[in-house]
Design a protein around this ligand. Structure first.
Ligand code: TGC
Ligand code: FAD
Length: 392
């Protein structure tokens, strides 16, 4: 793959809206992605291998628990810094951003928000340093968009719980040290449980042959009479709102991340269009190509503004779940459309691994499905504005 020449578009001078700290955090991540991710990511994706060597670097740039308080090992940053970190990592690859999203928002967040002091002290510092990697088990073979119907269940056996069931499509599961798993108790109430690798009856087979997120490891979580110590139940929140609350945080990060993938596709296509000569002049000089590029930068700019405003609201604890859904849905579709158009600007070269565009495009086919499908986020907006749920 050619050297990473990425130059971030900032058409409306949005850097003026960022603090010095935001820019420092963002620039450090940007440099790290150029140095550590770009040179190896194409091979990792082609080989369908998660690049484990990136884990310590992700921890060093603060990508594991950016907004978790420093007393628990997190970086203690605000929500805009968190977003910018996700943007920069996904500029490199959505699969690497997935690992950071899951660790921060789907593993550290529920332990921080719903766990007790002993659980926070036991797990959060190790998760922040990357010494421990986590995954999040909500989706099941028969329950994707409707997690409330989950069949995974646990029984109170007096001195421990007994967990049975299965989760599917779980990012990081094949190598995670712990899993935050959502299961129903005997009354049908959903609770979170921390399941540790090595517990008898717990296995994590990998899902192979993906055309998308190939540099991310995806797998199952299988629980066959797994004995869970009682102290591993997250005590401070139950019900479907508990896992959905974690998803709000992860979906927010994805809204930023998708901008990173879009910026990379736009920047690559713009550079290529200026260099590629056909009919005696750069293809960037043809109106059809300019239309594509002009529409891309317009859509990126709109997404940047929407997402920055969402970050401000999030910092003030005023961002609603429906606003987060709108941003996730808009930005992922925007990025996928830009990836498809950018791919065409590169002609045949666009289908090769010499450029990042096709990898982003295939990755985004997962991003538009996970953390709530494109349809589900539209229905969340529909419910919010009409007051009528149309899910069933
Ligand atoms: P509903 O009756 O609407 O709600 C049940 C309870 O949850 C509350 N709630 C929320 N709380 C916090 N945040 C949200 N976003 C919330 N949405 C709803 C709600 O107030 C209610 O609370 P309570 O106290 O009244 O019980 O639930 P429903 O069953 O009708 O479903 C609604 C729906 C469809 C929106 C929801 O199920 C949904 O979002 N489905 C999509 C599932 C999904 O996103 N799964 C993602 C799995 S994790 C993943 O994909 C990780 S990918 C990681 C990576 O690699 O980056
Ligand atoms: P389904 O729910 O079966 O949906 C199929 C289609 O029907 C979709 O187009 C959907 O929009 C549509 N549909 C469903 N319900 C409705 C409705 N009411 N109205 C209109 N249309 C509807 N999950 C985890 O728990 N943890 C993870 O770490 C994780 N990582 C993932 C990684 C990857 C690479 C992928 C691809 C998925 C991951 N997921 C994870 C699962 C993901 O969250 C689910 O795939 C997603 O929620 C959709 O569920 P489903 O695939 O079962 O689709």
């Amino acid at each position: 793959m050619a050297a990473d020449q990425f130059q971030a578009p900032d058409y409306f001078l949005l850097d003026d809206l960022l603090t010095e700290e935001h820019k420092l955090v963002r620039d450090a991540c940007r440099e790290w992605v150029k140095r550590e991710v770009s040179p190896i990511i194409e091979d990792a994706a082609q080989d369908a291998k998660f690049p484990h060597q990136l884990l310590s670097g992700l921890a060093e740039i603060g990508a594991f628990g950016p907004y978790i308080p420093e007393e628990y090992g997190g970086a203690g940053l605000d929500q805009i810094s968190y977003g910018l970190i996700m943007q920069e990592i996904e500029r490199g690859d959505s699969g690497i951003r997935s690992t950071a999203s899951v660790q921060s928002s789907l593993v550290m967040y529920p332990i921080w928000k719903y766990g007790d002091e002993a659980q926070k002290n036991k797990y959060l510092p190790k998760l922040a340093s990357g010494e421990m990697i986590g995954c999040f088990g909500l989706t099941e073979p028969n329950h994707g968009s409707n997690p409330g119907g989950m069949e995974t269940k646990y029984k109170d056996m007096g001195d421990h719980y007994l967990l049975n069931g299965a989760k599917l499509w779980i990012s990081n599961s094949p190598f995670a040290d712990i899993a935050v798993v959502w299961a129903k108790n005997e009354e049908g109430r959903i609770h979170g449980l921390i399941v540790e690798r090595g517990m008898e009856g717990f296995s994590t087979p990998e899902t192979h042959h993906k055309w998308s997120l190939r540099a991310s490891a995806t797998g199952e979580l299988i629980f066959d009479n797994v004995k869970i110590p009682k102290e591993n139940l997250l005590p401070n929140k139950s019900g479907l709102g508990a896992p959905l609350g974690c998803l709000d945080s992860a979906r927010y990060g994805i809204a930023w991340g998708a901008i990173g993938a879009a910026m990379d596709c736009y920047d690559t296509a713009l550079r290529y269009a200026k260099e590629r000569i056909q009919f005696g002049k750069p293809i960037a000089g043809f109106q059809l190509q300019q239309k594509k590029l002009a529409e891309m930068i317009t859509e990126i700019t709109k997404a940047q503004l929407l997402t920055w405003r969402l970050g401000v609201l999030k910092n003030e604890n005023r961002a609603s779940s429906a606003q987060i859904s709108m941003a996730k849905r808009n930005n992922v579709e925007m990025a996928l459309n830009i990836a498809r158009e950018a791919r065409q600007i590169l002609g045949a070269m666009g289908i090769t691994g010499d450029f990042s565009i096709m990898r982003h495009m295939m990755n985004l086919e997962s991003v538009i499905t996970y953390e709530g499908t494109h349809d589900i986020h539209l229905l969340i907006t529909g419910m919010d504005i009409t007051g009528i749920p149309a899910f069933n």
